[in-house]
Write a protein that binds this ligand. Sequence first.
Ligand code: BG6
Length: 517
Amino acid sequence: MESIINKSRMEKPDNLILVIFGATGDLTSRKLMPGIYSLRCQNMMPEKFSLLGIGRTVMTTEDFRARMRDAIVSSLTEKSPDTGPVDEFVSCCSYYSFDMISPEGYQGLKKLVDGIRKSSSVGGNIIFYYATPPSMYEIISTSLSRVGLADQKDGFRRFIIEKPFGYDYVSARKLNQTMHSLMGEDQIFRIDHYLGKETVQNLLVMRFANGIFEPLWNRNYVSRIEITSAENLGVERRGGYYDNSGALRDMVQNHLLQMAGLTAMEPPSSLDADAIRNEVLKVFQSLQPIREEDVEKQVIRGQYTSSTIRGECIPGYRYEKGVDTHSRTETYVAIKFFINNWRWGGVPFFIRTGKRLPTRVTEVVVHFKPSPHYLFQGTKNNKSDNQLIIRIQPDEGILMKFDMKEPGAGFKVKNVNMDFHYKDLSDIRVPSAYERLLYDVMLGDQTLFSRDDTIETAWKFLEPIQNAWKNNPAIKVYGYPAGTWGPEPSNRLIGDDGLTWRYPCKNLADEESYCEL
Ligand code: BG6
């Protein structure tokens, strides 16, 4: 189908019911409801719309509406689109409590949905949103199918699946097989919320709308590419989930590899969803497999330890609620890899992500090769250092670093910045990722959703890393003090001649507070 990237005018989706499984969780309050409300205020919601929240918590529809109202109100900022009456809006919500693992409840759900369709004449289209633990995905899908709710005879059925989609290659493949036995791939929308971020999409526009970058975007001019997604927070209230996941599953398999895909892909033949996703898949298929015996060299994992930051004591990962006190789960991972294709042969890619780093920043850094002969010897490193930095968040924008002459006698060279900030487009509000993605699902546009083959190929690439960590306990989990840029050995990945990662800011932890893992 034609992607809405192709369209400049927004259209209204067809009438529909949105059923959210796990509606009492954080995701619904913090992301989904504010996103839907914002779309409504911009007149981008269907004329007729009903939302049915499902959860195990027993509560009335009135309670649910009050909860959703509070969630929306607390999300509003001065840049939110004109606020319509929130109370009136939440009257489209209702709530149904049942245990989603018991098949009986689904008959009740079917009756309820039929009732809503009659009373609100909203029609036959239904979107199901799985905001539940992944262990529920199969049972929800088979149960919906058993009671006929997955059947498309009177309208479309679409299924939005939150990450993680599987926990390794084998489980992702099995989940895909189960889902495909019940529904078509064109009905499945696997969310990777990074793809909903404006600046991630802007990677495509920046690369393919301008003539100046693309000729340089290859092994002839690029020396290396770094992709960083750093968070300053720890695992917060998600220790239980995170300890069974770790940074590789939580961030690398999806967000970081997708960003690498968009950075490295070839121009798509059109803006069709599949044309774009085919190019990302080709990048994933060209990833040079990391051999199990090379994992120690190419992959560094770390775990944050206690430290003090400006006098405040920050607990180490093993002291977080829900985390095993002997846990070896990685809260940091850095990987060096290559893409074996014509464009990128020999160019190293470095990706890293971690919790409790000094700041929250996500960026892609393209390092260009130095000029072949540096005339201005002795003025600094005797090398030009051109970088293009695409800042995904926060302070979304693009930064170009290049050398200039410092005013005055001689030829003193200084590295300077040319900096574009999205916020300078002052009247433009950057929509949230979920707002954008929900809208796309309503229109049936899968461009910004992960396809079955892409997900499986990404897991396949990570399989030797997962195996090596499982089979070889001698591979170290390095400690890094909370508030620093991760374990020291991760610099070793970048190279021997003094190169390091780009550090957008300094370490925060007070040095005397460092302790071993
Ligand atoms: C989620 C991860 O997918 O992304 C979280 O599960 C992480 O652990 C979050 O904190 C980061 O998202 P963002 O949009 O804040 O960069």
